[in-house]
Write a protein that binds this ligand. Sequence first.
Ligand code: S3P
Length: 456
Amino acid sequence: MVLPPPQRTTILTHSTTQTPLESRASGPLSGKVRVPGDKSISHRALILGALSVGETRISGLLEGEDVLNTAKSMQALGARVERTGPFAWKVAGVGVAGFAQPASPLDFGNSGTGCRLVMGAVAGCPISAVFDGDASLRSRPMRRILDPLELMGARAGESKEGGRLPLTLHGARDPVPILYRTPVASAQIKSAVLLAGLAAPGVTTVIEQEASRDHTELMLKHFGAEIVSTPEGSHGRKIALTGQPELHGAAVVVPADPSSAAFPIVAALVVEGSDVTFSDVMTNPLRTGLFTTLREMGASIEESEVRGDAGEPMATLRVRASKLRGVEVPPERAPSMIDEYLVLAVAASFAEGTTIMRGLQELRVKESDRLEATAAMLRVNGVRVEVAGDDLIVEGRGHVPGGGLVATHMDHRIAMSALVMGLAADKPVKVDDTAFIATSFPDFIPMMRSLGAEFS
Ligand code: S3P
């Protein structure tokens, strides 16, 4: 496999050399950009390409560390993965249940999504694989994935409490289809069960009480699987996958990642006089809770050139600086903006009035405890904030004093949110380490600079 330079090597502990950076009040941001490809779709394109027969060509792949680790794991499991040009990749798959025993541990670095989805895909194959990651990933719960996979016949070897990494997963020789109700709204759990279900005879069914992102379902259909999704209850879904399909390699166009666009979008809203256009942003309704919320706060976000590819809608977004007001964000919106609360909290800090974000328990088990880390980021910059149970309450006063040093806790989204805050705060905002931004948005700093952001 030919990987794009530069590559950081495995990060199993806090890197000893941190890369701090400061952002400061900037003039109006302006220009037109395309943020990198969607991370969720990029992981899935590589994994489904590897489980298909024939060739998959992917354009617009996110070449961030998280996705590159998934590419390496697919290679280690027997698929041929090749970079054919900038953001263009080719995968020659091994077919459903065709993974080979990997010769060494699979290292997913910082990525929960890569690790958990590949666990699902491995669970349906008669092989054993060691899963590992960096200190952040080693601290995250894996039991939620292992529980359903064990019901399907896989077995997890000895691991730390909560199924934490590193661990060995022994795939099922004869996987059985199950009906599984996910205990939390999680696309990672749903996807792991569906990917294992590919190898099982009969129908594997997942029921979720709150619908989570449906990229796995859409892409499975695109690769030729029979999969039916129906509404369940008021906000849920029931997804039924017919096992043992022949998946055929397909072309995948990866749209721009709305979760990455979220950072420059909030920057454009809070830096006075800004006017920025974002092309090809994926607008799947199960991912756009942030845009809904920002519009409720008074944000000017105009959508044009709406189109779609393989079931994934996308659009051009024009964002202009706006006076924002505090709102209440309902808990049922959380799955559609689960990665965006940090940067929403930044927007809420610049708004007039109180913003209440409800039902954020899942934020505690992300790359860091994002509920506490978000509160700390705001507090150190002079914003009044409270964590009440699983709710986050931010008191917006129209401006942010700034001047704080923010601890990133190996979390890319904390680093980017804090840097966005500094672009409009009264005093500069410093982050202790920008290295983890490379997991999802390697060009964040140069792209922001090209729009007029000031960092030093
Ligand atoms: C993802 C699902 C979400 C999200 C993550 C990407 C995915 O996690 O936080 O960044 O691609 O399936 P959960 O499914 O655990 O909520």
